[in-house]
Ligand binder design. Structure first.
Ligand code: FAD
Length: 285
């Protein structure tokens, strides 16, 4: 992790990501989780959407609860994949009726159950196409995703940033980053984004790693690099559940402190619905 010489910026925002549980019988557990996350007073909580799945309604239910019952800004993720224009309009209307006026517009990835042909025939090809459509047809506030280590399909960070700029120009008012474990990637990304004239707030995505297995899954899904300091933690504590959890929380706390000292716009914790871990991080901060 890089050392910093700048002063602490208390204006750095804090937000969380949650996901709708896959099974209906686990769904009731999500409300106490949200209540406890709300007590940590985040600026917003976002809720994911499973691309191609039929559970958009769950994202609406959760974000509506966050907005209406907990009085916290809620961001509903929506994807190009799995949505026709009609589905999209129905979903956006339902969100607005449920009091949710902010979405994270994403392309989505091909689910295993979807053929390449189906994936390629989606009505909105890139997230930017979805953003343009939403901007023209809804009054929703729109955020987008960004990738400090570049998106896995992009030939270079520069090319990815050129498309990111198009997304911002299409109407995105803030960005949430893919998770990263080495802050130097984020600082390099910010410098390049600012140099290209990308001026919207960029929230830094932090995933606390509390088990060795989680790191493997996370890296294969996100493509984020694992710095030696984090690999060493896994090697040292990976076999001891409680020590690994403590070391993973400590790593995330140090990463966040450094980002705050650099005055980043916001910290977005991928909570994975784990209240204890998220609370412990916030307590230490
Ligand atoms: P885009 O912005 O469309 O970019 C995808 C690729 O296309 C990039 O390589 C980009 O450089 C390239 N590109 C863009 N425009 C053009 C163009 N005009 N010409 C050529 N190339 C172009 N997935 C889900 O299914 N559900 C979720 O809830 C979810 N939440 C997420 C939250 C965050 C914060 C992040 C970072 C990701 C999330 N994802 C989610 C994963 C996301 O759907 C994938 O990472 C997906 O591969 C890319 O989505 P995007 O919106 O960034 O795509």
């Amino acid at each position: 992790m890089t050392q910093t010489t700048t002063t602490t910026n208390n204006k750095t925002g804090l937000s969380f990501e949650v996901f709708p549980p896959k099974k209906d019988d686990e769904f009731d557990n999500v409300y106490p989780i949200l209540q406890q996350l709300a007590e940590l007073r985040p600026d917003f909580i976002s809720c994911t959407y499973g691309a191609g799945g039929s559970r958009a309604g769950k994202t609406i239910e959760i974000t509506s609860y966050i907005r209406q019952q907990l009085q916290i800004d809620a961001i509903a993720h929506i994807t190009c994949v799995g949505f026709t224009k009609e589905d999209l309009h129905r979903n956006c209307e339902a969100l607005q009726e449920a009091g949710v006026n902010h979405v994270l517009a994403l392309r989505g990835d091909r689910p295993q159950s979807m053929s390449d042909e189906q994936f390629d025939s989606r009505e909105f090809y890139y997230a930017t196409d979805l953003v343009r459509h939403l901007k023209e047809h809804t009054g929703l506030q729109i955020s987008g995703a960004c990738y400090p280590e570049k998106h896995f399909e992009a030939p270079s960070l520069e090319e990815d940033l050129r498309h990111l700029k198009e997304k911002v120009e299409a109407g995105v008012t803030s960005l949430v980053s893919q998770m990263f474990f080495d802050n130097t990637f984020f600082y390099r990304f910010l410098d390049k984004a600012h140099a290209m004239g990308i001026r919207v707030p960029i929230h830094a995505g932090i995933m606390p790693i509390t088990t060795a297995k989680q790191l493997g899954t996370t890296v294969s899904l996100s493509g984020s690099s694992v710095p030696k300091a984090l690999a060493d933690i896994i090697a040292t504590y990976g076999d001891d559940k409680e020590d690994m959890r403590k070391a993973g929380i400590d790593y995330a706390v140090r990463q966040i402190r450094d980002l705050r000292e650099h005055g980043v716009d916001g910290i977005h914790i991928y909570s994975m619905n784990k209240v204890k871990t998220t609370t412990e991080i916030c307590r230490q901060l």
